[in-house]
Structures are given as C-alpha cells and as structure tokens.
Design a protein. Sequence first.
Length: 279
Amino acid sequence: MISQEELNRTYDHACVPEHIVDYVVSMSEAEPYLIQHYLCYKKDGVLIFIGYPLGITFNQKQMETSLNMALKAIKPRIVSVIAPTTVTMNGRVIQQNSDSYYRLDLENLVIPSKVRNMIRRASPEISVEHNDQWHEEHEALVAEFLATHKISAESQRIFIKISEYVSSSKSVTILNARNNEGLLIAFDVADYGSRDYAFYMFNFASRKHHVPGVSDLLLSEIIESARRKGKRYINLGLAINNGVMFFKQKWGGAPFLNHEFMLYEISRAGIIESLLSRL
C-alpha cells in the first residue's frame, strides 16, 4: 500500500497519466505502491509496472532492477509494463505496441493563427463551464462516442469507468461546452494533480450537434487553467491515431517520451530466467 508521503512524492514528479494514482486505481481497481523510484499497481496476480522514474533520470538497468524487485514481491502471472524502452521476458506476449506522449510547453507556447481562428469561430456559439460533477448528460455523450467510433474493448472499459475516476479524484476538472440552447455538446476531463503537469485526459464531442472549433476552445481553457495553477507543461497523451495526432500537433504538441506497452503472460520460472539473464 502506498503511504501519504509516497503519494505526495508521486504527484510531485508525475509526468505521465499512469502516475495519476486516482486514475489508474479507478480504471483497474489495483493497489498502488512504490518500488524505489517506480510506481506499480497490483491486483489478483497482475502487476502493472510504470517504467517512468519519479524524480530521477531514466536508466534502463535501474528500471530492470526495480522491476525484478516487484516481480519477486508480487509473483504475478500477468505482467504489464509501460516504459520508455522495451523489456524482454520469457513467456507469451499477449500484446505489445509503441507510441509517444505529446506535450505542450506552456512557457514557450504560441498558439498558431489557424487554431486561434477556430477558437474565435466557436466562441460565440459556446459557453464553457468548469466543475467536478459527472452527470447523465456526460454518460450520453460517451455513449454517442462509443456508438459512432470503432475503438478497442480496453478503451471501452476505460470510458465506462470515467465517472468513477472523476468521483474519486480531488484534482480533476470537467470542462463542459454548451451551445446557446444549453445543450452539452462536448466536454474535456483534465487533471491538475501533478506539480508541473496538467493532463489532457479525455475529450468527447457530439457529432449530432457539432460546432467547429469546440475542442480547440476547450483545450484553450485547459491551457489557461494550467497557467493559473502554475503548471509548466500539459501532457496531451498518446498519438493513438493520425486524427488524434494531427489535433495535438496543430497546437504545437511535440513527442517528448517514448511509450512502449508490453503485456506478458509469464511462468514463475520464466520471470526468474528472464531477469537473471539481464542483471
């Protein structure tokens, strides 16, 4: 179990969404704890290891040493590793993919003219409100998104649990975009729990009641809130696909951390053999 002191340390140095403990616990129902400089989560024979160190520079050997400690302590059957580099283990590879986290540097951010035009276009038709309450109208927009987009089963499970994340967190803000009739047509979820980072967690926008530029307007509000709160960066999340990547890049978002996801089903002997061979 993670102590309050360890939790404070985690949020002081959080730079990726997986460092946001309330978020991961809500989605996975796993128990968080620290192994040296690395955050982990465990549940029912599953280990989730976050290979981005807290407060120190990344070192491959050091990460593998901490992972070895976690494996010995938990003795998991399933191992999920999210890290800047790949880790090889003996066992069945269930899933593996690569991506990058995108970031806005708030000190040096200059909003491009095309983006400013989209914000001005949306502003007369949209009012934005900030709160921390999840309602049926948010569920309806999520349901519309699920009905109109092809997404993975894992993403569907995450979206269904957003309400739990919002209700459990003290650092989340929902930004609601309403049209002139008061209808919720889009919303963002942002997390400001980290000392230096704001996190652009979720964006949902209606296709039925689409207003061009509404997502740009919401992100501009997150940027202003992050600046008021003294944040240095906004982690925009992963590229995911070309459309999402385009949105982040048009704002000036740039990849700043590799994201390697590895999911293994591994025998006890395989864990020991794999790690001993690398130490």
